[in-house]
Design a protein around this ligand. Structure first.
Ligand code: NAD
Length: 355
């Protein structure tokens, strides 16, 4: 039985990971530490909040003393670090919090883990510090270049990816210097339930039902690899159970899409969905364009993001072979599940947009 500290567990991927973990390992203890920034939402943890083995603490990962206390009090043997500032656009307009949380915060977690697990000897030899990172640390790819592998040199281009790259290096250093038992996963773009509506896929879904423009950066031909968020949680599970200490694993979906094609896919699916379900359409009176099958007319092109990377793609062979990891969800079914989730949970995203 594990005692897991999940940092950033009220965010998009962290909350989905907590749900996945408590569904699959209900006897494990899951403790969430989250600062509840604009991106953290306690409502995302509602499905587990009454579980006997679940605990939530509001706090900052930069508070090393608090992290040490949680590690000791809950006999934590596994720390999974999702806590981060994660939105590239915000890192361009205000990098300070990215440096603070992503770099100093990860350093604070490493210091606390070293102190409690190595210096004090709690769970010595039986601990794991898992750091959740991104494929964006590898920089950008030419259209025909081979996908990023775990040995691709880091070349981050945004303050966000640079801060994640720095945190990855600190995690590596704590293993090589002090023997902390670490693993890192670098994942492609996630999508699915509880995704903050500023991100591409939820933005498109929630703008369509409100009859608002669907802004596309530049020419919309930027390519990303997409993974359903539950598949990311399964990938981290595989790394925790079968990953080798000190190693990094790329987790991806072999699923490259141009931004413009994703938006067109969502428009097509929602046009059909609302067309086939007039009673559902009646619940969203603002969804005028989709009700008449013309969501695509909301698409509009806006100035490109500064330094926008053209393409990310993950070579997942190491996790496929070593961890026997394969994503389960196809892109189209995952998008349909996401659309359904946003239509069924209007309260969740409306509150975020309005505040
Ligand atoms: P998110 O922004 O939705 O959630 C981040 C969470 O961290 C929020 O709940 C926030 O309140 C919390 N947090 C922020 N600063 C904190 C602090 N100082 N102390 C404690 N908690 C703090 O992010 P996400 O999309 O869920 O991403 C989670 C992790 O996965 C990040 O490390 C990100 O870099 C990585 N990642 C994300 C994606 C993606 O597509 N979203 C892909 C690959 C990797």
């Amino acid at each position: 039985m594990k005692h897991i500290l999940v940092t950033g567990g009220a965010g998009f991927i962290g909350a989905n990971f907590v749900h996945y973990w408590m569904d699959n390992y209900p006897n494990d203890t899951v403790v969430v530490l989250d600062a509840l920034t604009y991106a953290g939402n306690l409502a995302s943890l509602n499905p587990v909040k009454n579980h006997a083995n679940f605990k939530f603490y509001q706090g900052d990962i930069c508070d090393t003393g608090l992290v040490e206390t949680l590690l000791r009090e809950h006999h934590i043997d596994t720390l999974v670090n999702f806590a981060a500032e994660s939105h590239v656009d915000r890192s361009i307009t205000g990098p300070d919090t990215f440096i603070q949380t992503n770099i100093i915060g990860t350093y604070s977690l490493l210091k606390a883990a070293k102190k409690v697990w190595l210096d004090e000897g709690l769970n010595k030899g039986k601990h794991r510090f898992h750091h959740v990172s991104t494929d964006e640390v590898y920089g950008t790819l030419e259209p025909d270049a081979p996908a990023f592998s775990e040995t691709t040199a880091y070349a981050p281009n945004s303050p966000y990816s640079a801060s994640k790259a720095a945190s990855d290096h600190l995690v590596r250093a704590y293993h090589h210097t002090y023997g902390l038992e670490v693993t890192t996963s670098n994942c492609s773009n996630n999508y699915g339930p509880y995704h903050f509506p500023e991100k591409l896929i939820p933005l498109v879904i929630t703008n369509i039902v409100r009859n608002l423009p669907l802004p596309i950066y530049g020419d919309g031909l930027q390519v990303r690899d997409w993974l359903y968020v539950e598949d990311h949680a399964r990938g981290i599970d595989k790394v925790l159970s079968h990953g080798r200490v000190g190693e990094c694993y790329n987790i991806g979906g072999n699923n490259e899409w141009k931004n413009i094609d994703i938006i067109r896919l969502i428009c097509r699916l929602m046009n059909k969905y609302f067309g086939d379900n007039p009673s559902l359409a009646a619940q969203f009176p603002g969804a005028r364009s989709v009700i008449v099958g013309k969501a695509d007319e909301l698409i509009c092109f806006v100035a490109d993001r500064a330094g926008h990377d053209r393409r990310y793609a993950i070579d997942p062979r190491k996790s496929n072979i070593e961890l026997k990891y394969q994503p389960k969800e196809s892109f189209e079914t995952g998008i349909v599940r996401s659309i359904n989730w946003y239509l069924d949970n209007e309260m969740w995203w409306k509150e975020l947009i309005e505040n």
